[in-house]
Design a protein around this ligand. Structure first.
Ligand code: ZN
Length: 697
C-alpha cells in the first residue's frame, strides 16, 4: 500500500538509505573523526575557491570507490554501515534463539530475520507462497470482486490502482482523515511514461523486458508474457497521463481537495467504494481528501474501458513484482536486475545477510529499534544535541529579528511558531504496541503481508480519534532526520547523532557544521515553500502578510535559478523540485553558523590543523555531503529526489554566504599566519556576484 503522504513527514534530511549499504569494510570507526579536521581526506591540489567540496573531500572520494553492491558511497553510507553491523549482531542473536517467548520483541524480529536468511526454503518454494493471492486474482469475475481484490492487495503491500491511507487533516491538524491519491504505477514518476527523450524510451523498453520476465516466472510462454507486459505498460501510461508530476506535487493547496464521500462517489461511479471500505474495515467514511481528483476520475473511467482480463493481468504483475525480492534467488535477481542494475547501475546484489538486516529494520523498525537503543543509546549525545537544538533555535530567532524583508507582525508569528516546535530526540517516549502482529517462521513474504496489514489496520484505527502526537515516523536506527509540518515537530533519531555529523568529544565548530546544520535544516523546513503554509499548530493556514509572502517567494526564485544552473552529465538539477531542501540547507547552515558564533563567545576555540573554528564549520558541512555516486542512480535522483546532488548541497549554500567568503579571506586571517586563507574572486567556481546571491534568513 502506498500512502498518499503529500505533505507528511516526507521532509527529511536525505533520501532514505533503504537501497544503500555495503559489504565492504570502510572507515566505520568513530574514533577516526575525533577532534580532527581530517586533512588526510583533502585534495590539497584542488583550489578551494574553485570547488570547496573537492578540496575538502578529494582524497576521500578517490580512496573510497563505490562498492560493487552499492549505488552510491558517502558519509551516510559509512555511518549506516556501522549501524547495520550492530543490528546484524542483535538479529543473529535473536534469529538463533528458538526459545524466545512467543510474541516477544526478540521472537518477532528474530523470526522475520530467520525467514529472510533461509535461502534453502526460499529457493525450494519459489513463487508458491503467492499462489493463494494469485488464485484470488484469477477468481475476479465482476466489478465488485475486482475492487475487493484491489483493496485486499493495497492492504497487504502491492501498490495497485490508487494510494489510500489515514493522515492528519492539513487544515485541522488535531484530526485524522482518510486520504486518497494517485498510485498504482511501477516507474518512479510520470516523466518515465510520457517523455520522449532516449533515456525514457530506453527505460520503458527495459520495463517491458522486466515485466516479461515476471510473467514468465508465473508460467507463461515468452510470447504471452511479452503481450501481457505491454498491457501493463499501456494501463500504467494511461494512469500516468492524468497524474501529477513531482514538481506539481509540491503545490499543497492544489492537493487539498476535501469532499464528502458522496461527491467522490459521484465523479468515480465505477469504483466500488462500499466494497473497498468493507475490505479496509472502515465503517463510516463520510469525508475524504482527494489529492488528485483528475486521476481518480480517469481511474474510474478506465475501470470500464480496460477489460477485466487486463486488470487481472495488471494485478498479477503488481503482486509478483512487488514481492519478487522476498522470494527465490531467481525472482529476487530479476527484481535486482531491473531496480538495482538498470536504474541505479549497481553491479551486484548485496549479500543476503545485509539485505536481511536492512529488510528487518525497514519492516519492523520500531521493534528492532527497541533492541538497538537498549544497547547503543548514548545519554551523553542526547544531552549535548538537546543543548545544541536550544542554541540553534535561539540563533534562528536572532536571524529572523535581523532580516529586513519581513514585517514585525510576520516576524512575531514566525518566532511563536519556532517556540511551539516539538523536539523528538533519539527514540519515542512511548513505543508502538505490536501485540496484534503475528510473525511466524513460515515465509518472508507472508510475514510481509501480515506486517503491512497490521500497519494498515493500525492507521485505520486512528480515524475518529485524536491525533497521537507522540508517534514517530522514523525508527531510532535510521541515519536521517525530519520535520513534520502537520505536527510542527523536528525529529532526530539516535543514529544521526554520530560522526561525521556529531561527536560529543569533538570541537563545537565541527559539531555545528555537521549536526548543528542538520538541526537548522529541519527547523528551516518549517519555513520553506511548503512549511511556510502551516501555522504553529500544524494547520495549513496563511499567517504571512501578503507583502512578506511575495518577498519570500522572490527570494526563493533566486535559489531556484541558482540550482537550475547546476548540471550533472548534461542533466540540469531541477530548481523547483529541490527548492524546499535547498532552502533548508542554506537556511540551516546560516542559522547554525550564528549559533556557533554565539557559542564561541562563551567557549573560544583555537586553530586546528591550520583552520579557524569558522573554517572548520564549513569543512564539517562539506564532509557531511561527500559521496561517490553511479551515473544511472544520479540521473534517477535528479528526476525524482527533492534533494540536490550532494556536491551542490555542499557548495551551493556556501557560495551564497558572506560568512564563508570572510572565513577564508586573507584579510580576515592576516594576523594569524598559520591559518590557510584565500580570496574568492569573480570567475572562481565558488563565487556568486551580489546580484545573484541568495539571501533568506
Ligand atoms: Zn530536508
Amino acid at each position: 500500500m502506498k500512502k498518499v503522504n503529500f505533505y507528511g513527514p516526507a521532509i527529511c534530511l536525505t533520501l532514505g538509505l533503504a537501497m544503500l549499504g555495503t559489504s565492504c569494510k570502510h572507515e566505520t570507526d568513530a574514533e577516526k573523526y575525533k577532534g580532527e579536521v581530517g586533512l588526510v581526506n583533502f585534495d590539497t591540489t584542488a583550489k578551494p575557491q574553485q570547488d570547496f567540496y573537492q578540496y575538502v573531500n578529494g582524497s576521500w572520494l578517490k580512496n573510497n570507490p563505490i562498492p560493487a553492491s552499492e549505488a552510491a558511497w558517502g558519509s551516510f553510507n559509512v555511518l549506516n554501515d556501522s549501524i547495520v553491523a550492530r543490528l546484524r549482531k542483535l538479529l543473529e542473536t535473536a534469529g538463533a534463539n528458538k526459545q524466545a517467548a512467543a510474541g516477544s520483541t526478540e521472537q518477532k524480529v528474530g523470526d522475520l530475520f530467520f525467514c529472510m536468511m533461509d535461502s534453502v526454503d526460499l529457493n525450494k518454494n519459489g513463487i508458491t507462497p503467492l499462489n493463494d493471492e494469485l488464485g484470488k486474482i484469477n477468481a475476479i469475475s465482476d466489478n465488485k470482486s475486482l475492487w475487493a481484490e484491489a483493496a485486499r492487495l493495497m492492504k497487504i503491500g502491492p501498490d495497485v490502482m490508487f494510494g489510500a491511507g489515514v493522515e492528519q487533516d492539513a487544515k485541522i491538524s488535531s484530526k485524522e482523515v482518510f486520504t486518497i491519491g494517485q498510485g498504482g504505477m511501477t516507474l518512479p514518476s510520470k516523466d518515465y511514461y510520457i517523455e520522449d527523450a532516449p533515456m525514457y524510451k530506453m527505460l520503458r523498453g527495459k520495463f517491458l523486458e522486466y515485466a516479461t520476465n515476471i510473467f514468465v516466472q508465473m508460467g507463461e510462454s515468452a510470447d504471452a508474457a511479452a503481450k501481457d507486459a505491454q498491457k501493463v505498460l499501456d494501463i500504467e501510461t494511461q494512469m500516468a497521463h492524468s497524474s501529477m508530476s513531482r514538481i506539481e506535487q509540491r503545490d499543497i493547496t492544489a492537493q487539498y481537495n476535501k469532499m464528502p464521500m458522496t461527491e467522490l462517489a459521484k465523479v468515480t461511479p465505477n469504483i466500488d467504494w462500499a466494497t473497498i471500505y468493507d475490505v479496509f474495515g472502515a465503517k463510516s467514511i463520510d469525508t475524504v481528501i482527494v489529492a488528485q481528483p483528475l486521476f481518480m476520475k480517469e481511474l474510474s473511467d478506465m475501470t470500464k474501458s480496460v477489460s477485466m482480463d487486463d486488470w487481472k493481468t495488471y494485478m498479477r504483475f503488481h503482486l509478483v513484482s512487488s514481492e519478487a525480492s522476498k522470494l527465490s534467488d531467481t525472482l529476487s535477481k530479476i527484481s535486482f536486475n531491473f531496480w538495482g542494475k538498470t536504474f541505479q547501475g549497481i553491479k551486484e546484489q548485496q549479500p543476503r545477510w545485509k539485505r536481511s538486516v536492512e529488510g528487518t529494520s525497514r519492516s519492523l523498525g520500531d521493534l528492532l529499534g527497541q533492541l538497538y537503543v537498549a544497547k547503543y543509546f548514548s545519554p551523553e549525545a542526547k544531552a549535548k544535541v538537546n543543548e545544541m537544538v536550544t542554541n540553534v533555535i535561539a540563533a534562528y530567532k536572532q536571524r529572523i529579528n535581523q532580516v529586513a524583508w519581513m514585517s514585525p507582525e510576520t516576524k512575531k508569528y514566525a518566532i511563536a511558531k519556532l517556540d511551539k516546535i516539538t523536539l523528538k530526540l533519539c527514540y519515542p517516549d512511548k513505543w508502538k504496541d505490536f501485540s496484534a502482529l503475528e510473525i511466524k517462521r513460515d515465509a518472508w513474504v507472508l510475514n510481509s503481508f501480515r506486517i503491512n496489514e497490521f500497519e494498515f489496520n493500525f492507521d485505520m484505527n486512528k480515524l475518529g480519534k485524536p491525533v497521537d502526537r507522540t508517534e514517530w515516523g522514523m525508527s531510532p536506527q535510521t541515519v536521517n532526520a525530519y520535520y513534520n509540518p502537520s505536527m510542527n515537530e523536528i525529529v532526530f533519531p539516535a543514529a544521526i547523532m554520530q560522526p561525521p555529523f556529531f561527536d560529543p568529544n569533538r570541537d563545537d565548530a565541527m559539531n555545528y557544521g555537521g549536526m548543528g546544520a542538520v538541526i537548522g535544516h529541519e527547523l528551516t523546513h518549517g519555513f520553506d515553500d511548503e512549511g511556510c503554509q502551516f501555522d504553529a499548530e500544524g494547520n495549513m493556514h496563511k499567517w504571512w502578510t501578503n507583502q512578506d509572502s511575495a518577498q519570500f517567494h522572490n527570494k526563493l526564485q533566486v535559489l531556484i535559478k541558482q540550482f537550475n544552473g547546476y548540471t550533472v552529465d548534461s542533466m540540469n538539477v531541477k530548481g523547483e523540485l529541490t527548492i524546499g531542501e535547498n532552502t533548508a540547507d542554506f537556511g540551516g547552515l546560516t542559522i547554525a553558523y550564528t549559533a556557533l558564533q554565539n557559542d564561541l563567545k562563551e567557549h573560544p576555540e583555537g586553530v586546528v590543523d591550520g583552520f579557524t573554528p569558522e573554517q572548520r564549520f564549513f569543512i564539517a558541512w562539506a564532509q557531511a555531503w561527500r559521496e561517490n555516486i553511479r551515473p544511472n542512480y544520479q540521473r534517477q535522483l535528479i528526476n525524482t529526489n527533492p534533494h540536490s546532488p550532494t556536491i551542490f548541497r555542499a557548495n551551493g549554500p556556501l557560495s551564497n554566504m558572506p560568512e564563508f567568503y570572510k572565513a577564508f579571506s586573507v584579510s580576515s586571517n592576516e594576523h594569524n599566519p598559520e591559518v590557510k586563507s584565500f580570496e574568492i574572486k569573480p570567475g572562481d567556481g565558488m563565487y556568486r556576484a551580489d546580484s545573484v546571491r541568495a539571501s533568506i534568513w
